[in-house]
Design a protein around this ligand. Structure first.
Ligand SMILES: NC(=O)c1ccc[n+]([C@@H]2O[C@H](COP(=O)([O-])OP(=O)(O)OC[C@H]3O[C@@H](n4cnc5c(N)ncnc54)[C@H](O)[C@@H]3O)[C@@H](O)[C@H]2O)c1
Length: 307
């Protein structure tokens, strides 16, 4: 199958490309390398350095006749979205519409979008929110993800395009940026393996659903045959930041205690999700246990070597 992966030089996108290539697909990456890395790019695919907002995207669609599009390119920094909501909307909404329009014109059958559960549901102290929960994004990034989900619904309605918006939980694994603003597993790995202080904002009791990247990729691929509308992709379980810290401390032999700093304004105390729809519609369930996923991630960072 002829497939386009936007954001295919990034953390999650590059794993998806690797798997699609392994399954025998002909894969094209469109990525402007704003946060993606050349070293992540699979050498068996075709890579185009391009912005998803650009008019040059049309040429690519026209030439390659994609059957499926996996749209992962995004402005995904929550704080940046607060500082510059216009830029966030430009990339995440206008850039996405550019892809949808080209998909419509050039006969794409399947459009699969990486949405976010973390920014969609707000605080979830007791119940695990399912896809029916009324979305309540509290930052521009969440709004732009939600707005694009609505565009997907519209394209499904108007043009019978098969669409899936997969709402990822907190994804972690090899290739995540240890020096970025998001991705606490990677940030802790980077600090612990280089002997630096690990900072925890707030009391460390914040709950998150951590899902291993390999599982997320399997979820994405199952959406090709089972377009699902909107679907949560997580483990359905949650761990605190403190639990994560001590698990990683034990595994690495890190000998310091965390440095607790004031909570960041707007940070959620509990961000979790119900994953029953993924099981029933996609036939998908996360396989990697928390300890297994964290160990594999640490192995990768150790091999890579931290500065
Ligand atoms: N990492 C997570 O925990 C998580 C959680 C929920 C949703 N997501 C979503 O998954 C997707 C991938 O996230 P990631 O963690 O791999 O991030 P990433 O930053 O590693 O990947 C994003 C990729 O998009 C590219 N990109 C950004 N703007 C672009 C533009 N205008 N044109 C072309 N390419 C552009 C970047 O260069 C990068 O390669 C994003 O859509 C993100 O919102 C991630």
């Amino acid at each position: 199958m002829n497939v386009l992966v936007t954001g295919g030089a990034g953390f999650i996108g590059s794993h998806l490309v690797d798997e699609l290539v392994k399954l025998g697909n002909s894969v094209t990456i469109a990525d402007n390398l704003s946060t993606g890395k050349k070293e992540n790019i699979n050498s068996s695919c075709s890579f185009k350095k391009i912005d998803i907002r650009s008019s040059g995207m049309e040429k690519l669609f026209k030439k390659r006749k994609f059957e499926s599009v996996f749209h992962l390119a995004a402005q995904m920094d929550v704080r940046k979205s607060v500082e510059d909501p216009l830029y966030d909307a430009d990339v995440n909404i206008s850039g996405g519409i550019n892809l949808l329009e080209n998909s419509r014109k050039y006969g794409v059958k399947n459009f699969i979008f990486s949405s976010s559960g973390g920014v969609m549901y707000g605080e979830c102290p007791e119940t695990l929110p399912d896809e029916e929960r009324y979305p309540d994004p509290l930052c521009p990034y969440g709004n732009s993800k939600l707005a694009f989900e609505f565009y997907l619904n519209t394209y499904r309605y108007l043009y019978s395009m098969k669409t899936s918006a997969l709402r990822f939980a907190n994804v972690y694994g090899p290739r995540q940026d240890a020096y970025g603003e998001a991705g606490v597993v990677a940030i802790f790995a980077g600090s612990m393996l280089s002997g630096k202080d690990v900072r925890i904002f707030g009391d460390g009791n914040q709950l998150r659903d951590y899902v291993y990247v390999r599982d997320v990729i399997k979820g994405c691929i199952s959406a090709i045959d089972s377009p699902c509308g909107v679907c949560n992709i997580g483990t359905g379980e949650s761990k605190s930041v403190n639990e994560l810290f001590y698990l990683m401390k034990n595994k690495t032999g890190y000998d310091k205690q965390p440095v607790y700093e004031p909570a960041r304004p707007g940070e959620l105390q509990a961000s979790r999700m119900n994953v029953q729809k993924a099981a029933s519609v996609l036939g998908w369930k996360a396989q990697a246990g928390f300890e297994e996923g964290v160990s594999k991630t640490l192995e990768w960072f150790e091999k890579k070597g931290m500065k």
